[in-house]
Design a protein around this ligand. Structure first.
Ligand code: ATP
Ligand code: MG
Length: 386
């Protein structure tokens, strides 16, 4: 009996990338291979304009499902491969359309193999009558129940009806690596996911303040990263001991400036580690206006400590949008688990929404933060989440 034997993977955005295209495709090929490791018996074939997964008799649904999380894939089709022979194409099209439910159909053809003797329109004109004659289906060119696609390529002809959306974006890894500030909240895992979709790998930095913050926060981060492993199979988590720095801030600055100073220290640490780990940028889950430390004036004073670009994927999203993405990637339920963050513990009653740079600097001059930073960086604890 006839069956769909391949999944066709389309790249979409990649095709605009000119000479980098081959690197992109190769990266995507490796990412797909990795994502499909759990299914054995599949073959993956990389070609100039598509990647094909040979199903070898396996059920397509879980495989499509898995591929829908791989960034850089525009679309997926469940295809049947046949010979570049019009009689075969007619016969297989008929048999395949009989497997579908519906009352109306349309045949669409694309011919990239210019040596094939018939042009696309001719192929449609040969195939459609065979279907009309041998089934009860009627033609509807505007809104057909079944759209039968025929693509004639060099290596063979692909026939398909079912098409699925991909995650879009770029293959993970082509965009380099970002040092991502991960808290246990809702926003930072979403920001990480958005970066990954653009092909950027992340490495995480987390500031922990034991005994004020508990070990449970780390389990929470691990759970969050396990969810993100779907998009990036291996994520490095750097846990920075932050207690001494935080205490020094509270000893030397008024309460209203503590958050500002704390965040300046976080960015100094993130920059230090980013450089050490060869990450050209820092990223975070900050969203403009969300809290006192995220007003434009605060962002200005905080960002002043680093020359590295800071990418804030959630910057202009409102909370509901961020929450809806976090539900989609399944991090929401973990993020809302109650926990004590270093930010929540020392939250001042009236944090500055418009901190002044010279004031922030004057408080920092009162203690030797450089050596505290040095010390923290030398005592980073690393976990690889995979
Ligand atoms: P989130 O939901 O991601 O926790 P938030 O709305 O709680 O964000 P803040 O606590 O002000 O906002 O933090 C803003 C961003 O700063 C976070 O998204 C994260 O990128 C970073 N951040 C905050 N706390 C930490 C921490 N303890 N370790 C690492 N990064 C942090
Ligand atoms: Mg937070």
């Amino acid at each position: 009996m006839i069956s769909y034997d391949h999944i066709m993977v389309r790249f979409g955005e990649l095709s605009t990338k000119g000479k980098n295209k081959q690197d992109f495709i190769h990266r995507l090929y490796l990412n797909i291979k990795h994502a499909l490791k759990e299914f054995d018996g599949l073959d993956i074939e990389s070609r100039y304009d598509h990647i094909y997964v040979h199903l070898n008799g396996k059920d397509y649904e879980p495989i499509i499902n898995r591929l829908q999380d791989v960034s850089g894939i525009q679309g997926l089709s469940l295809v049947h491969k046949t010979e570049n022979d019009i009689e075969k194409i007619k016969q297989d099209s008929l048999e395949l359309i009989k497997l579908e439910e519906g009352k109306t159909f349309k045949v669409k053809c694309k011919r990239s193999n210019k040596r094939f003797p018939l042009i696309s329109d001719d192929i449609v004109r040969k195939v459609a009558p065979v279907i009309l004659k041998n089934t009860d289906l009627k033609v509807d060119v505007h809104n057909p129940d079944i759209l039968l696609n025929i693509e004639v390529r060099d290596e063979g002809t692909y026939i398909f009806v079912k098409t699925f959306e991909g995650a879009g974006g770029y293959p993970l890894g082509v965009g380099g690596k970002s040092m991502h500030m991960l808290s246990g909240g809702i926003d930072s895992p979403v920001a990480a996911y958005l970066l990954m979709r653009r092909g950027v790998k992340i490495e995480c930095i987390h500031f922990a303040s034991p005994p004020y913050t508990q070990e449970a926060v780390i389990y929470k981060l691990e759970d969050l990263l396990h969810k993100l492993n779907r998009y990036q199979p291996e994520i490095r988590l750097n846990i920075v001991p932050f207690t001494k720095i935080q205490e020094a801030i509270y000893d030397n600055a008024p309460e209203s400036y503590c958050i500002t100073l704390m965040r300046r220290m976080m960015y100094r640490l993130a920059e230090r580690l980013a450089k050490r780990r060869k990450c050209p940028v820092i990223s975070s889950g900050e969203s403009v206006g969300q809290v006192a430390s995220q007003t434009l004036q605060s962002i200005n004073v905080i960002n002043e400590v680093t020359n590295l670009p800071v990418i804030r994927p959630c910057a202009v999203m409102d909370k509901l949008e961020i929450i809806s993405i976090s539900k989609k990637i399944d991090t929401y339920d973990i993020s809302i688990r109650p926990y004590e963050d270093c930010c929540t513990i020392f939250t001042p009653k009236a944090p500055k929404t418009a901190p002044q740079l010279n004031e922030a600097k004057s408080f920092e001059e009162k203690f030797d933060f450089e050596s505290l930073i040095e010390d923290a960086i030398n005592n980073v604890e690393v976990k690889i989440i995979s």
